[in-house]
Design a protein around this ligand. Structure first.
Ligand SMILES: [Zn+2]
Ligand SMILES: [Zn+2]
Length: 273
């Protein structure tokens, strides 16, 4: 069985959590952070290692509904997103990824059947995907449109093309674009008969939880043009969903997600009228 190697190599960007290959020179600035959608940390570009993180970090997992867990690094590190573990009859899925992994998390995920695939919404959450894929011996699904953003290539990465990728047990990845050209969401029918929409920050749950929004950059507050909002609308045309789960703790539209999404699209498009 593959275990995690908490290496002392400083290969993880401390601001966004992206891991770079061991044994290759690091870029002067992390391209993910140097992009308009992110930022370089206040102290300039800094790097850290898995060994350093392992000193005081752990992953907390909590069950949020039957067959769905959220996983968070505690104390928070880098962007601070959560990942979701979906338990499914024909194979479990990790939606998005975290820039850390430890033995208790590996043991827990193995105890519930391991992972069949890792599916990532967009480049801000590529994080430690190569290590996770190695440990769980599974592919990582990334949309081809974002291939240029992969910093730590691994044979596990499976680029997919098109607008929709059917997985199994009714799960499907939908490429909406917007935040990134390859930005995706995942639809997931659950045991209660409801359909969950997992969105990363492709669709961002607003603080009021009465709206969702769509941005080119969240930290730098750069909106998207009209045609991007129309594309997101069109890619989800005819797709039903109830509950929307965003990338951060507390980001949930617990019911009527489809109506909230429709109203939010309308609200956004009204700005351009
Ligand atoms: Zn970075
Ligand atoms: Zn993002």
């Amino acid at each position: 069985m593959t275990h995690i190697n908490h290496t002392t190599h400083q290969t993880i960007c401390a601001t966004c959590g992206t891991q770079y290959p061991v044994g290759k020179p690091l870029p002067e600035l992390c391209p993910i952070c140097d992009d308009e959608r992110q930022y370089i940390g206040d102290n300039g570009q800094t790097w850290t290692s898995l060994a350093t993180l392992a000193k005081d970090r752990a992953i907390r997992f909590s069950q949020i509904r039957d067959g769905l867990y959220d996983l968070r690094i505690t104390p928070a590190f880098a962007i601070g997103q959560r990942a979701f573990l979906i338990l499914s009859e024909s194979g479990n899925v990790l939606w998005d990824c975290l820039p850390f992994l430890d033995e208790p998390t590996i043991a827990f995920i193995r105890s519930v059947g391991g992972l069949n695939a890792i599916v990532i919404s967009h480049p801000h959450y590529y994080s430690l995907m190569a290590e996770w894929a190695k440990v769980f011996d599974c592919p990582v699904y990334i949309h081809q449109n974002d291939a240029v953003w992969v910093q730590n290539p691994t044979p596990a990465v499976t680029f997919w093309t098109g607008e929709r990728n059917e997985l199994w047990d009714g799960m499907a990845i939908i490429n909406t674009g917007g935040h990134f050209p390859g930005s995706c969401v995942l639809i997931q029918p659950d045991a209660s008969g409801k359909t969950n929409l997992l969105t990363g920050d492709t669709i961002y749950v607003a603080r009021s939880r009465r709206l969702v929004t769509f941005m080119y950059s969240y930290p730098n507050l750069i909106p998207l043009p009209k045609k991007a909002i129309e594309q997101i609308r069109d890619r989800l045309d005819g797709v039903s969903f109830d509950c929307i789960y965003g990338a951060f703790e507390g980001m949930v539209i617990p019911a009527n997600g489809r109506a909230v999404f429709d109203a939010s699209i309308q609200r956004y498009l009204s700005i351009f009228e």
